[in-house]
Design a protein around this ligand. Structure first.
Ligand SMILES: Cc1cc2nc3c(=O)[nH]c(=O)nc-3n(C[C@H](O)[C@H](O)[C@H](O)COP(=O)(O)OP(=O)(O)OC[C@H]3O[C@@H](n4cnc5c(N)ncnc54)[C@H](O)[C@@H]3O)c2cc1C
Length: 539
């Protein structure tokens, strides 16, 4: 059996960072296993390619939730990256960190070392921000972060209208205390998407001590007693195993890390038994505490100069293509949202609990799955409650590792989420109806002018709302009985096994989740190295 010091499972936002940082030490041998393919084609690297990635058979697991009873039993589409870079290779590239109080709260929950002052250095370490280094930013990390390639005039007007609604303009939405509006930065460098593969791993692929294997699906973790010793995999239809002399590290993401734990006998004992899996460790928290951001959108038809839809249609689309190829700028080099705001849903809220995003364009997902730009001039803005109260879960459906588990998100199951969203939609509409933005709007098309009462807006959310694709929390870090990992991200109750990805968040961050997950990867790798050094010195 091939043997390595560390086996990292899943080459996504966190996994590529962990593999890179562990392999910085030439004395250790690292194996990174990824179920999906290499993801280095033109459309992965080109920001506008996100439209093709959205339902790609090749780079996307294309999951669906179970019918959501609070949303008229709709099954929501849940894209997830599959390939080197994972979801960072298909996401919207918006670079946000949330609020310092998110992390201070993690520390208060019994996770020393995770407060904002502790994690800030890891955000900075990962980052190569085109604005240069500063108190909140780094400039010599692997991950390129940049301002929008084009700042559209209607985005400036959106921000001015927000300001006139009492939302202050911020130069940096990642200052740890965003309460205001501004332009989003993006994980794009010189017009190229910064998947964590592109940023962290591609530059070090030549390392002798780093082996990256794509097309390898891990089926379960192997154990000797309560000690993880390696993994069983399927590779090209064949079953095989790899051994790890130091540790196995699960970085398979919020939807798959708990699944792998269950398949390995770590989970709710009763559920495991029902599927014929022998319980190694009864851990009732595995798959619980699922949190996600639920989104409502407002769209409006606008004057032609307010939207860049027409720049992506007809002959102009080819012109944009030529500009992109020549300069790596223009509308093909944009992230999913251009500008946004963090606001409170009501007077009694401690800190901003709504994120608003604005884009001077619109698209429709066709039945074939491709997102196509609309052939009229329009803008889109959306809002979600960043700290939802609703909790979902992931349940095992089968002992067959190739069958996905059941995803039960329970969106809007807590009335306070619905109330906050109502406030969000109303605030968003107010901004769009304020000058200088107001005179750009011809008519609202979604939800539509007639939809104004609470009842109508709730019905709209239940029928049309979707998710922001930020599931987190299913292997939460903490000390209580439902915690799956401790503050050093070690799976509680067993040895030599960690989880390092978005699933360890005890509460989802008040923002998009890619940058926080990269930070978790940085900090997790650091802890592994520190623990290993401490062990060597005590030998
Ligand atoms: C469409 C979309 C848009 C988004 N937009 C943004 C955005 O603009 N900004 C932002 O901050 N966040 C965004 N996100 C969210 C963000 O990208 C994710 O939170 C983040 O990438 C999660 O990282 P992760 O490491 O936890 O998991 P992932 O990046 O999903 O990595 C998990 C990896 O493990 C692999 N894997 C799973 N199971 C196995 C197995 N059994 N064996 C081997 N490999 C396995 C998967 O194929 C995958 O590569 C978006 C997400 C989506 C889906």
């Amino acid at each position: 059996m091939e043997s390595y010091d560390y086996i990292v499972v899943g080459a996504g936002s966190a996994g590529c960072v962990v593999a890179r940082r562990l392999s910085d030490d030439p004395g250790v041998r690292v194996l990174l296993l990824e179920a999906g393919p290499p993801a280095d084609d033109f459309w992965v690297r080109t920001p506008a390619g996100m439209a093709k990635m959205y339902q790609s058979d090749r780079y996307n697991w294309r999951y669906f939730t179970e019918p959501v009873s609070t949303l008229h039993n709709r099954r929501l589409y849940w894209p997830r990256g599959k390939g080197l870079g994972g979801t960072s290779a298909i996401n919207g590239m918006v670079y946000t960190r949330g609020n310092r109080r998110d992390y201070d709260h993690w520390a208060d929950l019994g996770n020393p070392g995770w407060g904002w002052d502790d994690v800030l250095s890891y955000f900075k370490r990962s980052e190569n921000n085109e604005r240069g280094a500063g108190p909140y930013h780094g400039s010599d990390g692997p991950l390129g972060v940049s301002d929008p390639a084009v700042k559209h005039p209607s985005a400036f007007d959106f921000l001015e209208a927000a300001r006139r609604n009492g939302i202050p303009r911020l130069e940096d939405l990642n200052n740890g205390e965003p309460e205001g509006c501004g332009f989003f930065q993006a994980t794009i460098h010189n017009g190229i998407r910064q998947s964590t593969y592109e940023a962290f791993l591609a530059p070090v692929r030549h390392r002798q001590n780093l082996v990256v294997q794509s097309g390898v699906q891990v089926r379960r973790v192997r154990f000797r007693g309560l000690e993880a010793t390696g993994v069983d995999v399927v590779q090209s239809g064949e079953l095989r195993s790899f051994s790890a002399t130091h540790e196995v590290i699960l970085c398979a993401g919020t939807l798959s890390s708990p699944h792998l734990l269950m398949l390995s006998g770590i989970g709710n004992g009763e559920m495991l038994q029902r599927h014929g899996i022998q319980t190694l460790m009864h851990a009732p928290g595995v798959g619980k505490n699922l949190q996600d951001h639920f989104v409502a959108r407002v769209q409006a038809k606008t004057t032609p100069d307010s939207s860049y839809n027409r720049d992506l249609l007809g002959w102009r689309k080819y012109w944009q293509g030529i500009c992109y190829l020549a300069t790596h700028r223009g509308y093909l080099a944009q992230a999913a949202s251009m500008a946004g705001a963090y606001v409170k849903s009501g007077p009694g809220i401690d800190y901003a609990d709504l994120q608003i995003s604005f884009r001077p364009m619109t698209f429709t997902v066709s039945p074939s799955g491709e997102a196509a730009v609309d052939n009229y001039d329009a803008i889109s803005a959306s809002v979600y409650r960043v700290r939802p109260a609703s909790r979902g879960e992931i349940l095992l459906r089968s002992a067959d590792p190739l069958q996905p588990p059941a995803f039960i998100p329970n969106y809007l199951s807590e009335p306070e989420d619905t109330q906050a969203m109502l406030s969000g939609i109303r605030q968003l509409r107010r901004i769009l109806a304020t000058e200088p933005f107001a005179s750009r709007v011809i008519s609202e098309i979604v939800p539509g002018h007639g939809i104004t009462s609470d009842e109508q807006l709730i019905d709209f959310m239940e029928r049309e709302g979707h998710c922001a694709f930020h599931p987190a929390g299913t292997c939460k870090m903490g000390k209580d009985d439902m915690a799956v990992v401790d503050e050093r991200l070690r799976v509680r109750g067993v040895d030599r096994l960690r989880v390092i990805d978005a699933s360890i968040m005890p509460t989802v961050t008040s923002c998009n989740t890619n940058a926080p997950t990269i930070m978790i990867g940085e900090k997790g790798a650091d802890m592994i190295r520190a623990d290993s050094a401490a062990m060597r010195s005590s030998d």
